[in-house]
Write a protein that binds this ligand. Structure first.
Ligand code: NAD
Length: 486
């Protein structure tokens, strides 16, 4: 069944309620076919000003809503995500080129985020500290930040926006979401409909699909007190600079170039399966993608054989029409970027083991051997279905190679010796390390985030959400005032 287009989206923006917009129209093109499948109203920087004013006024009322009512709205939103699953997943497939299982997983993960957020408002939100002044009590409590801007990418547009939106709302903030124009239906307007239908009061949540100009205005706006950004390191750095200048809190979740280390005692069947999943899932368009396969020299040939056999079995095609393993990349520019990274590396002496062909927006699952650290396929974030393999000779060399990347998001280590894998993990500077697994892992209850060029230590999930989406206030009480020397 075709996912239906709501005619309201063409002329209206969700500024806490549906209002007619002045911006241009966004033409939504299906990456698999190039067909125009919808048109949406784009926001302008002036819409950011309007949304920030509305949100700022609504926030005072929203923070005063009793905790059980906030929880009820978020639980209802979770139920609506499930009720509208076919429609949301249909859009994820057609708008973003996702395969069905990826769309299903993303919806389930978003549902879990909503459920977790619904439990936040009832958590204790403060502590009492002692005082050395008799009769004085020190209360310390978590309070909302105010209006929070959420800027999201197109690769997992629902989860990567709502993992900030839900907990931010739960903690009493208003939110202005700027989805990427390439994913603004499933990662934007559908979420506006769901939160509105769940009973969120008007003015509390806004969705402004638009490009960098809209994002920049959101980051600069004085009424927006925090930016939660997920996207590239280059854009994250710019946003961080502006937030630094305007003294605004910034949670930056950025790019990655994630290594999987395969030791000579690893189960190569498990390791090659992990490697294939980590590199090829969602056509490699994942920040946690396994971008470098570092394999002990004594098992490298065997590993490459197993990995390329898995890659050759993967079928590439239109995920809306057929059951495929790999859909299209988001657009031709991205596919050409991947092709260029591979071709430049082959010209430097890398060996193409399998794949390596582009057809429009599609790129085959590709395995490359003989990789060295100087090659772009090692040093750059690929964000495409390419698995570069490099051999190493010692654990120390493997650690040095992992740490050679300025990124620090995720890593994986395969070994039958957990002790040895843990010793390596201790020497690796990344935010998330998975032993005998692959690099793409996200569980809603565990704090998620990177180090180095992968972020500024913002964390999502579990207990980190309370800290991330609140600030704190110290209130002291003296039963009776005292006389100071002045
Ligand atoms: P991007 O940085 O180009 O865009 C991300 C968002 O920022 C989009 O909504 C875009 O419109 C907006 N934007 C662009 N320029 C802006 C500006 N000057 N000011 C404000 N907003 C601006 O990233 P992308 O290409 O959409 O996504 C891919 C990147 O995101 C990859 O590098 C990937 O690794 C990273 N990513 C990181 C995580 C994580 O959790 N660490 C998750 C997914 C993706």
């Amino acid at each position: 069944m075709e996912p239906s287009v709501n005619p309201v989206w063409q002329q209206h923006l969700f500024l806490g309620s549906w209002q007619s917009g002045e911006g241009q129209q966004i033409t939504v093109k299906e990456p698999a076919t190039g067909e125009v499948i919808a048109r949406l109203k784009s926001a302008t920087p002036a819409d950011v000003d309007k949304a920030a004013t509305i949100a700022n006024a609504a926030q005072k009322r929203w923070m005063a809503v009793p905790f059980d009512q906030k929880a009820e709205i978020l639980r209802k939103a979770a139920l609506l995500l499930k009720e509208r699953a076919n429609e949301i997943c249909g859009w994820n497939i057609r708008e973003c080129g996702s395969i069905g299982p990826k769309a299903d997983w993303e919806l389930q993960a978003t549902y879990e985020q909503a459920q977790m957020a619904a439990a936040l408002p009832m958590q204790p939100n403060g502590q009492i500290f002692p005082s050395n002044i008799p009769g004085k009590r020190n209360y310390w409590k978590r309070v909302p930040i105010g209006t929070i801007g959420v800027i999201a990418p197109w690769n997992f547009p629902i989860l990567l926006s709502m993992r900030s939106v839900f907990p931010a709302l739960a903690m009493g903030n208003c939110v202005i979401l700027k989805p990427d124009p390439k994913s603004a239906i499933c990662g934007g307007v559908l979420m506006a409909e769901i939160l509105e239908d769940a009973g969120l009061p008007a003015g509390v949540f806004h969705v402004l699909p638009g490009g960098p100009d809209v994002g920049e205005r959101l980051v600069q706006h004085p009424l927006v007190k925090m930016i939660s950004f997920t996207g590239s390191t280059a854009v994250g750095r710019k946003i961080g600079e502006t937030c630094g200048r305007t003294l605004k809190k910034a949670a930056l979740e950025l790019g990655g170039n994630n290594a999987m280390v395969v030791l000579e005692d690893a189960d190569l069947s498990v390791a090659s399966s992990s490697g294939a999943w980590g590199s090829f899932l969602h056509q490699g368009q994942i920040c946690m993608q396994t971008g470098r396969h570092l394999v002990h020299r004594s098992v490298a040939d065997d590993y490459i054989k197993r990995l390329s056999a898995r890659a050759k079995n993967l079928v590439c095609g239109n995920p809306w029409k057929d059951q495929v393993h790999l859909g299209p990349l988001i657009n031709e520019a991205q596919a050409c970027r991947v092709e260029d990274i591979v071709n430049r590396s082959l010209a430097m002496g890398a060996i193409l083991v399998t794949g390596g062909k582009r057809n429009g927006n599609y790129y085959e699952a590709t395995v490359i051997a003989n990789v060295t650290p100087e090659m772009p396929v090692f040093s750059e974030e690929i964000f495409g279905p390419v698995a570069p393999v490099m051999a190493f000779d010692s654990d120390a060399e493997a650690c040095a190679l992992v740490n050679e990347s300025p990124y620090g998001l995720a890593a994986a280590i395969h070994s039958r010796s957990t002790e040895r894998a843990l010793r390596i993990a201790d020497q690796i500077q990344v935010g998330m390390i998975h032993i005998n697994d692959q690099t793409v892992s996200n569980e809603f209850q565990v704090p998620f985030g990177g180090m180095g060029n992968s972020g500024n230590s913002g964390r999502f999930g579990g207990p980190a959400n309370i800290e991330e989406f609140t600030t704190s206030q110290w209130i002291s009480v003296m039963e009776e005032g005292i006389q100071y020397p002045f």
